[in-house]
Design a protein around this ligand. Sequence first.
Ligand code: SF4
Length: 185
Amino acid sequence: MNYEKLIETAIAEGAKKAVVIPAAQIVTSERFRDDCASNVCGNYGRCWMCPPDTGDIKELIKTVRSFPRGMLYQTIFELEDSFDIEGMGESATLHAKISRKIETALKPMLPKGYLHLINGGCRFCETCAKQEDKPCVSPENALASLESYGIDVYNTTKDTDLKYINGQNTVTFFSMILLPEEDDV
Ligand code: SF4
């Protein structure tokens, strides 16, 4: 797999920066399930791609641990000020759109069995069908949250070129594409 090409393509499609890191650098913790259950973001139990519907966190961390490496990428957006909640929501939706563009562009280069996860959950539909107790309307576009898989993004970025915080009045979002060995597929 040409990792440089993956990174270049992610940046061409809207990521600010991207790196490919080995599994040992991906930090996970079961404590994220408690964080999700506290429902600070309001998505707990309200999106098919967020907990508890994504499944048991121990099993999901095992899944993450089955990949030898991942491509971590970030987007950065300007906010009016640190109270710009509307801007944060719009930026999160834009990040999700960019993530899908990146996946579309990368798909021909990716091995089968990759797993694409994004900050904060799916955001493909304005309102997730889960809230009307209906099945997911677009499973091919549904992206689960990094947090639901127990990925500690803050600690994962520490030894990379990707900064977790990128200046006053900005918001930064992350996604990761977990990459299987090509021989595994
Ligand atoms: S695609 Fe729509 S219905 Fe399916 S998980 Fe995402 S937001 Fe929910």
